[in-house]
Every structure is written in C-alpha cells, then in structure tokens.
Design a protein around this ligand. Structure first.
Ligand code: ATP
Ligand code: MG
Length: 1024
C-alpha cells in the first residue's frame, strides 16, 4: 500500500467521513420503525407522497427530500428486514428465491451518493441492485417517475421483479420496459412510480414521443425527472460512442437508375481506358525523346516536357487509379512535369486550357472535389443522337422567358413552366446517377476501399483497415458501387430521428450512476455529465490476490501458458473464469480447451438470459467459463460448496483491454463479498494494445534484457507501464467521444427547438391562433422577398407575388389589387410587431393579403366540423414539421460527411459545421412555415367540406384560383383527373375514420421545382 495515501486522507475519505452520521440516524429511525405494523409502515409512503407531490418548486422539493431521507431510507431497510425475517419467497424470472438481504451500512452510504446525483463506485458483488432501491424509493415519493437504467432487457426484468418486492411492500408501483411491448403497455409501465428499462428503450421512446407521435395520447413517457444508470461506465461511455437512430426508407433514391445506366457507364469507362492507354504510350514515347538513348541533347526540351506533363495530367483526371500512370509517376521527374502542367492549367483565370484538356477525354474526375463530369465527347458517346440529353438547361433564363413571354393566360404559363421543371429534374437525376457510377468505377477499388462479403459492399476504414459493416456511403454512391459489383442494390435508408446517449441522459433533471469501475473515467463523467464519483468501501475487506502481469514475446507463447495454467488450476477443482477481448479469441481458446478435453462454457454477450444462468454456475467446483467482456455482466457468481476452501474463483485475462476499467470489471468477478479469489493477466508484445500504444520503452527494455522465446517476464514496474499505455488509449478515445459530442450538440439544439414546437402543437388546446400567426409570418416574409422597400411600387414584381398568393390561398388576388393596396399604404408598421421592417406600401400589401386569407379561412371554418377541423389543423402543422425535419436530418448527415472531407484545409471543421448547420436550420424553419401555409386550405376533414368550401368562396376568386385548387385543372398537368378521383375515395375513407385529413392537390417536395414558377427548386425558393 502507498504509504502517503494511507497517511493523508483523500477527498473521498473526507467525504465518506461526513456521511457516517447519516448512517447512524438511518439506523436509529429503522429501530423505531420495527415497532410499527405493516400498515403503519405503508402509511408513511402514502403520507410522504401526498405531501411531496404537491411541491412544484425544484429547490423546495430537493430540500424536502433531504429532510425525509434518513427516515425514508430507514423505511426501505425496515421493509427488507420484514421480508427477510419472514423468509419471503419471491419469483424472479420464473425462479423462486428467498429474500435474504438487509442493507449494510456501506450500502446506505452508496444510496446517499446516488441520491445526491453522483456515481457510486462499489465493487462488483457489493449489492448495487439493492443500493439503488434506497434513492429510488425516496425520489419516487415525488410522484414524478424514477427510471432505473440497465444494460440489457434481462437485467431490467430481473431487477424490477427482484427489487419489486420492496416497492410493493411499501406501497409503490413498479414497471419494466421491454423491447417487444406495444405503446399501451409502455405507457402503463411509465405511469408506475418506478420504471426499469434499458438505455435504448428509454431513448427510443423519447424519440418516438417527441419526433413522431401525432397526439398526446400516443406519447408514452411522462417526463425526465431522475434516472439511475446501472453499469454507468458501460452505458455512458462505451455505448455512448454510437447514437440511437430510428431510420426508415429514404425518399431520395432512384435506385433503379444505377442498374439502368451501368452498361452504358461500363462501356464509357472501357473507352476511356483505351484513350488513356494511348495517352500513356504517347507520353512514354516523348519521355524517350526527352532522354535520347545515345546521350545527345533533345530538341526543344521545354515543349517536350510540357507535352508530357499534359498527357500525364489527362490520364490523372481520366483514370486516376491507372496502374500505368502510377508506374510512370514513380520517377519523380515525371511527377514534377505533371504537377507543373496542372499548375499552369489552373493559372489561367478562365481555365480555357484546362477545359480543352478535359475535352480530350470522355469524362473528367476531380479527386479533391469529388466530382465526375461527362465531357462533350462523352455525351456524344452515350447519346449520339441527342447529346443535349445530358446537359442541364439554364433554368432561370428559360423560365424568365416564359414569364415575360407573350402568353397571356396565367394557367398556360404555369403549365409550360412546370413542364420545363419536370424535364430538368429528370435530367438532373440521370446525370447524378451517371456521375456516381463514374466515381464508383474510377475511384473505388475492390479490396481497397471496400470488400464484398455475403453479397454486400462493406466499407473499409482507410485509417485502420477495419471493416465497417452497416455503414453506407451517402448520396447514392453506395448504390453505385453495388451496381458496379452486381450485388443487390439496397434501398438507401435515412435517419428519421436520432439522439446521442449523452444528450438523452442530459434531459434528466437529476442523474446518478453506479458501477464497480468509474474512478478511471472520473474526469469524463464530470466533463460531460457533471457527475462526481464517490468511491464506497467494500462491506467485507477484499482478499483477492492479483498476480503481476505475465508478458511474452508472441501470442503463441502466451496462449500456451494460459492453457497450462487452466489445466493446472482446473486439476485442483477450482473454478476458472477466462476473459477475452473479442469473440474470435474466445472461440480460439475454446478450440484449444476442446483439444485438451476440458469441459467448458463460452459466453459472448448475445443471449443475456441464458448467459446469466451459465454465469451463476461459474463458481461451481471444476467449472471453466470463457467470456468476452460484457458477457454476463451484472449477474452474480456464487461460490459452490467447498470452493472457498480451495481458494475461490480464479480469473484469467488473456489480454489487456484498451480501458483499465474493463480489466477491473473482469477481476471483480471473483472475490465478491469477502470471498477468496485470485486473478492473473497475460500479455504478449503482439497484442494490439502493445503494438499500437505500448511505449517503445517497454519493448526496448525487454529486448535489452534479452527476452527469449518462451520466456516470461513479470515485474510490478511492467504493470505500471502497461497501465500507462492503457491511459493513453483512454485519453485518445475520450477525445474522440468528446468530438462526436461537440458535433451532436449542434443537432441537439435544433432538436430541442423542433421537439418544442411539436409538443406545443400536440399539447396546445387551440392550434388555430398559431396557424394564423404562421400564415401571417410567411406572408410578411414573401412580401419582403418579392417586393422592395426602397423602390417605387410600380417596379414591384406584383405578378410573382400574386402568383404565389394564388397558388397557396384560394383568394384569387389580381395583381391590380396588390398595386392598389400598395398605393394606399401610408402608415408605418408598429416597431417590434411582426410587420416591423416593411415600408408603408409593403405593410399595406401584407395586411391586405393576410386579411383576405383570414376571411377565406372563416368561410372554410363554417363548413367544417369544429372538432374534426382542430385535428386537421394539428395534422397539417405536424406533417410539415416532420417531413421537412427528416429532410433536414438527411442534409445534416451529408453536411457532416462533406465537412469531414473538407477538413484538410486550415479551417476547423466544427466551426464550419456550426455555421452551415445554423444556416440550413434557419431555412428549415421558414420552409416548415411555408409548407404549412401551402397546406392549410388543401386539407379538409372530408371531401364534402372541401367542396362546399370551394363552392362558397366568391366566384371571381374561384376563377383565379382554379389552377391551384379543385380537381379540374391541377397545376401538374396529366394525371390530374385520376388524382381527383383518388382524393374522393380517400375522402370517403376519411369521413368514415373521421378527422383524418384529406390532402388535395399535389404535394411539393423540397427538391421539386417550386410551384410558384420561379424556376428554382422548391427549397431554394418559396420553400425557403
Ligand atoms: N445486504 C445484503 N445482504 C446479503 N446479501 C446481499 C446484500 N446485498 C447484496 N447481497 C448479495 O450480493 C450479491 C450481489 O449483488 P448484486 O448483483 O446486486 O451486486 P452488484 O454490485 O450489482 O454486482 P455487479 O457489479 O456484478 O453488478 C447478490 O447475491 C445479493 O443477494
Ligand atoms: Mg449489478
């Protein structure tokens, strides 16, 4: 033992010392409670609950809880005593068991630590399951729901049943969330005073409640008051590396395009290869000329060099992975020529020469900007009859021509514009697919960037060489590679809702955790979660014998020794638990044991319940159990009869894990509750940890000492060096997690805004006011966008504004009315009002429009069933939020991806990410509101209501508005008739179902051409 540590009490010791008086008071109370009858004891719960549930103020509530803490903890302890004394049998996971626990004093301290919002570090087997019941009971008295978070469903069920005995005895209800429960059952579980469940279930419920539920009856959770996280390091650190994601099919895919264009792209790529081979041989010939074999001087060397450089550059952008090119570039002279040529081409501002060089090819690839373009030659190649099929038209110009053209009929103008836009979209998709395929063929190589396994394209991490199953390249690239390899093209999925574990747990007003191993990660817990760590001493002193680490040169020798030790200890009859860091190693070891004829069990964290049962037997005489780290965590290993006399359970580690706490967990599986036990770790210099992070000092020293094959090295100094290596890895991983979190914080703020908005709509009594506000906001925004505060109103673009209004609202506004309203405008808007910033003329126009819309809406109201309309309004808002938010998540994903690509510049990607994310979120909010406006008149509770309404908007109005409303002539030409009948049958169903909104008219996608006819994509125009 460290002498100084023993002499000077640590902060932790001082902290603990302060808590002993609490323990005394609890025990005094408990002695008093022993005299009460069961009912009198239960009455305490009722009284406390009645009082505490009245308190609203957070600080006051906290004070009240602290006040009753000693007596409430005593009530729990006393309930345990009653269960114990009566030899109560309870059923846990279908097995009957006797209640035999009364909290020890150290457990009371642990309970206090949890209540005070800290992490209680208590060694494995110290009874943390029981410890948690103390603060759970106390805090559940507030009536706000306490959550106990476990690492798997099995433990959630086990602990809720096991500890449920106490809660029920004291008169509280307890529930448990399991994976396959339907929402109704979940809601019941959450409505209990106490709810057990895994982090994933809690997190997904949160996402479903806030990101997906359409009405409050569909929500299952009831707030986030207090959570205690069991195995807190595993959940808040290990699991926190991957966020919780709910995904669904993406709307962005044109999967069939990839297969369709594959043959064409293949022939294109082949033709380009021929072309590049020609350039290369030309270059080689010139290189010979530049260096004549007879040693003479070449003629005009500059021109030659330039020509060679250009030829090589062409190949670089035509076939970047060309082996021939790589070979030629091995000569640094040639590389220099190529780079110089490239530099020259880029010097010219207009890039005329660069363009000319590209035109020598069929397509050009830019590795840096990650683009692939067809050249004119290429377009002629793929479509000799109509090369224009692969050129995007200058849309704005074309549309402007239509706008200002001779066609007087607004409807015909609109139709012409829609047609142009549709062609544009189709072309754009085609070009995109071809460009992704070109990249797949030119930049992505099998067995380098990706491998094929089980008919799937799996990405290879370029830094570590590790496979990344489940990950996909975005934006259709993955599909393109799948098409190239002829494997099944999977649908692109898209994130519908996501949250990191960190951010989910930050939702709780109060958070606490418990584990056997928190100390080594204390700074991370504090940094990220503001959780302090309180180390609680064991109830009985721990008598485990930890041997020094044994270090070998090779893995082979290491495993031979491991096997020998297993044989030797097994022969004594002592049970053995062997930990491995991966499934592969555990299987390898299992094969070795089989060969030796040693009976054993293997666990690898897949079948929790089964494993828990195997692990409970791991302490029996002669048992040999191989387990990966997580396997069976949280289940108790009880020693069989006679095992303690033999020395208890022996734990062996076959490798050091990246994090020290994982090793400590393994060690802690033995010598529980004062049992005897021992542990021994085995290491080789070939282990990943030693290879990647072992300091050179260890290796050098071992070499100096002349470590021979088969020789073992042990020394306390070595243990420390290895721990140093582990610390470095821990630091490194912490930095990575922190970085991930910094990125997620951006999303988190956005999620809070959106979920707040949704909840306001879901829980709000009257959504209509909000709806009208939104309409007004958008109108103001559009007036400001289409008109101009400074210039004369005659210059205003009254026509586009009128078109926009008429497309969205059935008020049939003629341009002349806008000008008239503008003319009448004399007043300035009230400062700070919604209209603030508009000129008097703009103000007048905006007020006029929003007044007209309100009037039209009043007419609509008069034809609707009021309750049904309320639902329709809610639905209109929610569906706009959800659709666009999901689109937004998709964009954020791509942004994250592209920012990483950009990160080689000098700029900090996080700052760039924040700035861009802010911009697109701003866009999102405006888009949502605009879409809501677009849909309020298009949704009705029944077709009848909708038709009646249309009949009753004033005649002149209707005429102007037909292109956007009603079935006879919808904006999208073709298909309009069938659409109308769809709507009617949909309406029939809707009437039957009541209050399910009907949507009429086409829905506009973000990437669709904007219906206002500006010619831009919807998201860049009215959808902005
Ligand atoms: N006060 C007590 N009196 C008697 N036995 C107890 C007491 N507290 C806990 N135990 C026993 O200790 C064993 C371990 O308990 P538990 O599984 O809760 O430990 P743990 O700290 O959660 O361990 P792990 O870190 O492995 O999850 C159980 O068999 C339990 O019955
Ligand atoms: Mg436990």
């Amino acid at each position: 033992m460290n002498f100084l540590k023993w002499l000077i009490p640590s902060r932790n010791d001082r902290e603990l010392k302060k808590l002993w008086p609490f323990v005394r008071r609890i025990n005094e109370f408990e002695a008093g409670l022993q005299k009460l009858s069961d009912d009198e004891l239960r009455q305490k719960t009722a009284d406390w609950k009645a009082r505490l549930s009245q308190i609203q103020d957070k600080a006051e509530l906290a004070r009240a809880l602290d006040e009753i803490l000693p007596e409430a903890f005593a009530a729990v302890k006393n309930a345990c005593r009653r269960l114990n004394d009566r030899k109560t049998e309870i059923i846990v996971r279908e097995h009957p068991m006797l209640w035999e626990m009364i909290p020890f004093d150290v457990q009371l301290i642990g309970g206090y630590g949890l209540h005070s919002g800290r992490i209680a570090e208590m060694a494995t087997g110290e009874g943390k399951t029981l410890v948690a019941t103390l603060p759970i009971y106390l805090n559940a008295l507030t009536g706000r729901g306490v959550h106990l978070v476990t690492v798997n469903d099995y433990l959630a069920a086990r602990d809720s049943e096991w500890m449920g005995a106490i809660y029920k005895f004291l008169g509280l209800t307890v529930g448990c969330i399991l994976h396959d429960q339907p929402p109704r059952v979940r809601r019941e579980q959450y409505n209990c005073d106490i709810t057990y469940g895994t982090n994933a279930e809690f997190g997904f419920d949160y996402l479903r409640d806030n990101g997906m539920a359409a009405r409050k009856e569909e929500q299952v959770q009831r707030g986030h008051y207090f959570a205690i996280v069991d195995e807190v390091d595993s959940i808040l650190i290990d699991e926190a590396r991957t966020p919780l994601i709910i995904s669904g099919p993406s709307v962005h895919t044109y999967d069939e395009q990839y297969a369709q264009w594959k043959p064409l792209v293949e022939s294109l790529v082949r033709a380009q290869e021929h072309l590049c081979a020609r350039f290369l041989s030309e270059a080689e010939a010139l290189i010979k000329k530049l260096n004549p074999a007879d040693g003479s001087n070449p003629q005009n060397p500059e021109a030659l060099e330039h020509e060679i450089g250009l030829l090589l550059f062409r190949v670089k952008i035509g076939q970047p992975k060309s082996e021939g090119l790589m070979k030629i570039l091995e000569d640094p002279e040639n590389l220099k020529l190529m780079n110089r040529a490239e530099l020259d081409l880029h010097k010219d501002q207009k890039k005329v020469d660069l363009y000319r060089e590209k035109e020598e090819l069929l397509f050009a690839i830019d590795e840096k900007s990650f683009e692939a373009d067809l050249t004119e030659k290429g377009r002629n190649f793929v479509s000799p009859k109509d090369p224009e099929a692969f050129v995007l038209p200058e849309l704005t110009t074309v549309l402007h021509e239509i706008d200002t053209g001779p066609e007087p009929d607004a409807r015909k103008r609109m139709e012409a514009k829609t047609k142009v836009q549709q062609d544009f979209e189709t072309k754009a998709q085609k070009i995109h697919a071809i460009s992704q395929l070109l990249k797949a063929y030119s930049l992505y190589q099998l067995d380098v960037e990706y491998v094929i396994q089980e008919n799937k394209v799996i990405i290879v991490d370029q830094h570590t060489g590790r496979l990344m199953p489940g990950r996909r390249w975005s934006d259709g690239l993955h599909q393109a590679v799948e098409a190239k390899e002829g494997v099944e093209i999977e649908h692109e999925t898209q994130t519908l809702a996501t949250i990191t574990i960190q951010n989910y747990f930050r939702l709780y007003q109060k958070l606490a955790g418990m584990t056997g191993t928190a100390e080594t990660e204390a700074s991370e817990f504090f940094d990220i979660y503001k959780l302090g760590v309180l180390v609680i001493p064991t109830n009985e002193p721990c008598i485990r014998k930890d041997a020094n680490d044994a270090v070998y040169k090779t893995r082979r020798e290491k495993f031979i020794t491991v096997l020998n030790e297993i044989k030797q200890i097994h022969a004594q009859g002592r049970p053995i638990l062997v930990g491995t860091i991966s499934v592969e190693v555990s299987e390898q070891l299992s094969r070795m044991l089989k060969r030796e004829g040693i009976i054993h069990s293997v666990l690898n964290a897949k079948y929790h319940q089964q494993e828990a049962e195997i692990i409970t037997r791991a302490g029996q005489r002669g048992a040999v159990t191989i387990a990966t780290n997580m396997a069976g965590r949280g289940t108790d290993i009880k020693l069989g009869p006679g095992v303690a006399e033999l020395g208890g359970l022996h734990v062996m580690g076959t490798e050091r894990h990246e994090a020290r706490r994982i090793d400590r967990q393994l060690r802690g599986r033995c010598a529980r509750q004062g049992d005897p036990g021992s542990s021994h770790f085995f290491i080789s210099l070939e282990d990943d940890l030693m290879r990647l992070f072992g300091s050179d000092r260890i290796v050098k020293m071992m070499e100096r000492m002349g470590l021979e094959e088969g020789q073992e090295l042990t020394h306390p100094w070595l243990n420390r060096s290895i721990q140093q290596a582990q610390k470095r890895v821990e630091q490194h991983n912490f930095q990575i997690r922190k970085r991930t979190l910094e990125f997620d914080d951006v999303m988190n703020k956005q999620r809070e805004v959106i979920y707040g908005f949704r909840n306001e709509i879901i829980h709000g009594e009257d959504v209509r006011d909000r709806l009208m506000d939104i309409m007004e906001e958008v109108v103001v925004d559009k007036v400001a966008q289409f008109t101009n505060a400074e210039s004369e109103f005659s210059e205003w673009k009254a026509r586009p504004l009128a078109d926009w209004v008429n497309l969205n609202f059935p008020i049939g506004l003629p341009e002349a009315e806008i000008l008239k309203a503008a003319d009448s405008g004399k007043e300035h808007p009230v400062p700070g009002s919604l209209f603030d910033g508009l000129s008097p003329a703009q103000f007048a126009v905006a007020s006029f429009i929003s007044e007209s819309v309100r009037k039209a809406y009043d007419i609509k109201i008069s034809f609707e069933n009021p309750d049904a309309l309320k639902e329709v309004e809610r639905f209109t808002i929610l569906s706009a939020i959800d659709r666009l938010w999901q689109e937004h998540l998709y964009e954020m994903d791509s942004l994250r991806y592209s920012i990483n690509l950009r990160s080689y510049g000098q700029r900090d990607p996080l700052i760039e990410y924040k700035a861009e994310a802010f911009k697109i979120f701003d866009e999102l909010m405006i888009n949502v509101k605009t879409e809501i406006c677009h849909n309020i008149f298009r949704s009705a509770s029944s077709m009848l209501a909708f038709e009646n309404f249309l009949k009753n908007v004033p005649q002149q109005t209707l005429h102007q508005a037909t292109s956007a409303f009603g079935g006879t002539s919808t904006a999208s030409s073709g298909g309009a008739q069938s659409k109308a009948s769809d709507v009617v049958s949909e309406a029939a169903a809707a009437v039957a179902e009541k209050a399910k909104p009907v949507r009429t008219g086409p829905k506009v996608g973000r990437n669709d051409p904007c219906p206002c006819g500006s010619g831009k994509k919807y998201k860049h125009c009215c959808g902005r």
